[in-house]
Write a protein that binds this ligand. Structure first.
Ligand SMILES: Cc1cc2nc3c(=O)[nH]c(=O)nc-3n(C[C@H](O)[C@H](O)[C@H](O)COP(=O)(O)OP(=O)(O)OC[C@H]3O[C@@H](n4cnc5c(N)ncnc54)[C@H](O)[C@@H]3O)c2cc1C
Ligand code: SF4
Length: 528
């Protein structure tokens, strides 16, 4: 058996590489899914006229008594199934961090924002592999990953230098069109201060067969038409076509070499009894956090410290000069609409990445929470949100706090102990970035509301990894460029836990490209 643990982006990309080289993998996964009642109700909503979707989805929440604050705690149709069980598995001992993995079929791609960008050489200068090594895999992935808004001819193609002939463009709201015209009018001025803008490259199915984005603005709470790509979609198609097999309900705890094979030890979640599965090769893509715990346990590396690198995450409210549509008339996609790449050495030599989100009901909800509950304020909130956008920002891990993790034996189960390694530069860099944006308000078409910046706890941006970095000459608790440990032959780690650092750009496309690279290189041996 060739086993892949997980069904998130790393696992699916690795599987695609193996399958295309004639290997049929078995996915081993916990496999939590959206509750069937909710999923049936959403299927009913999808049959309705898209004009009715908002009411339909709100009804699903009311019927199921669900709560949602998507700007801060993103769920799918109000359900937390994507994260369920992770806290109990990790048993972290510090509440001043926000770290959650996933046990879901499709992993965190159930709730992700679909934003994708490759890492370029300047971002991964400290890696033992280059953009040139990843490039064929970025390209391969675009053969099955949907991609919207990729126009190969804009200034931003420097940051996405991979062509894609069939990318369609999602229409912008009035508010976002006003920003776009400011950005394009002042493109040279912005570029001269190191601000590069482009439409957000999104893994969203758009205009395909009879499926098309309905601009219903529900993206942050869940797409009734399932247009935001999730690796669940790929898994279902691989299993349907017989290219792979899926074994769910197994929580993996430990991997061991035994003679010629590798043993995967875990718990069968149906009867809570131990299971042991034998494999020729194991690809571990349980998400960087869960993988860290499984590997430390497998190597008996108790009380040894590894460093989880994080990309600092923050939100800056942005007041647009021009007013957008009334909330009742808003027709837009509510995922990120623009990327801003900041390459200004006065801010940081490592660059920063911003995503622009326009008006949406979740944003309106936060504005209402913030304003006192008076009728006048209600109408002020409606006006305010027509001019409000949010800049979601990320820094490079070198400019961010990191976390040291160690596994402690604790009777029956083990616990991951955490301590935060501060980075005093982070806040200063975010402030310098805000001043840069403020100085260029005219060109940007609005001003940043600096005092209302939200500085998130470490981990909150979900761009983390690096506990077992890839090296040309790996030391203890480091991996080679195929994600292997010298002590555990036959195991390949394929998720972000093997990234030597975490650049500021979206992480999942690079997780996929790297996992695809490892799958491709290893498949040659498997077929030999
Ligand atoms: C709200 C949100 C928005 C995001 N937006 C973006 C974005 O726009 N762009 C971007 O690039 N990234 C985004 N991310 C991050 C992105 O989703 C993750 O980086 C990516 O999903 C990680 O992929 P993975 O395969 O490493 O792990 P995961 O997606 O975490 O998948 C882990 C898989 O392993 C399985 N598993 C875990 N532990 C075990 C175990 N012990 N036994 C068996 N199976 C196990 C799980 O069931 C799951 O299938 C976002 C994340 C969140 C939460
Ligand atoms: S706007 Fe978002 S939720 Fe609505 S159809 Fe388009 S992708 Fe789906």
């Amino acid at each position: 058996m060739i086993a892949i643990i997980g069904t998130g982006p790393s696992a699916i990309a690795c599987a695609r590489a193996l399958i295309s080289r004639g290997v049929k993998p078995v996915f081993i996964d916990v496999g939590n899914q959206l509750e069937s009642e909710i999923s049936n109700q959403v299927a009913e909503v999808n049959k309705q006229d898209p004009q009715e979707w908002v009411n339909g989805v709100q009804n699903v929440w009311t019927v199921n008594n669900l709560e949602s604050r998507p700007l801060f705690d993103k769920k799918k149709f109000g359900s937390d199934f994507s994260y369920r069980g992770s806290e109990d598995f990790l048993r972290l001992d510090d509440s001043r961090v926000h770290l959650k993995g996933s046990f879901a079929l499709g992993g965190l791609s159930n709730v992700w924002g679909g934003a994708i960008l490759p890492y370029l050489d300047e971002d991964i200068a400290d890696w033992p592999i280059s953009y040139g090594d990843l490039r064929p895999h970025y390209e391969s992935i675009l053969q099955w990953l949907p991609l919207a808004n990729h126009r190969g001819d804009d200034l931003f193609s420097r940051f996405f230098p991979i062509s894609h002939p069939s990318s369609s463009v999602i229409s912008l709201s009035k508010q976002m069109r006003a920003l776009e015209s400011s950005f394009s009018r002042c493109q040279d001025r912005l570029a001269s201060v190191g601000i590069f803008w482009g439409r957000s490259r999104l893994a969203v199915i758009h205009s395909q067969n009879d499926r098309e984005c309905q601009l219903c603005n529900l993206c942050l709470t869940g797409c009734p038409s399932d247009l935001i790509y999730s690796t669940r979609q790929s898994l279902e198609s691989m299993v349907r076509s017989g290219e792979a097999t899926y074994l769910s309900g197994v929580q993996v705890r430990r991997i061991q070499r035994k003679n010629e094979s590798i043993e995967i030890h875990g718990i069968n979640l149906q009867d809570m009894k131990p299971v042991c599965l034998k494999a020729r090769k194991v690809f571990l893509g349980a998400g960087a956090l869960h993988t860290t715990k499984i590997v430390l346990n497998s190597l008996n590396a108790f009380n040894q410290t590894v460093t989880l690198k994080d990309s600092a995450y923050f939100l800056i409210p942005f007041l647009n000069r021009k007013k957008g549509d009334k909330m009742e008339e808003l027709r837009s996609n509510s995922l990120s609409q623009f990327f801003l790449e900041i390459r200004n050495t006065g801010v940081s030599k490592n660059g920063a990445h911003l995503q622009v989100y326009g008006a949406s009901e979740p944003l309106h909800q936060e504005v209402r929470r913030f304003l006192p509950t008076m009728p006048l304020m209600k109408s002020l909130g409606k006006h305010l949100v027509r001019r409000l956008s949010v800049l979601q920002g990320f820094l490079h891990s070198r400019d961010s706090a990191s976390l040291s993790l160690s596994l402690r034996g604790d009777g029956e189960r083990n616990r991951l102990c955490i301590s935060k390694i501060q980075n005093t530069n982070s806040v200063a860099i975010i402030r310098r970035l805000q001043w840069l944006l403020l100085r260029n308000s005219n060109a940007l078409g609005g001003i940043t509301l600096m005092p209302f910046t939200y500085y998130a706890l470490p981990g909150r941006g979900f761009h983390w990894g690096g506990t077992f970095p890839m090296r040309h000459h790996p030391g203890p608790l480091e991996t080679d460029i195929l994600g292997q440990f010298s002590q555990l032959n036959g195991l390949h780690v394929i998720d972000a836990s093997i990234f030597p650092s975490i650049p500021s750009m979206p992480i999942a496309y690079s997780i996929m490209a790297n996992a695809h690279r490892i799958g491709s290189d290893t498949a040659l041996d498997l077929n030999a």
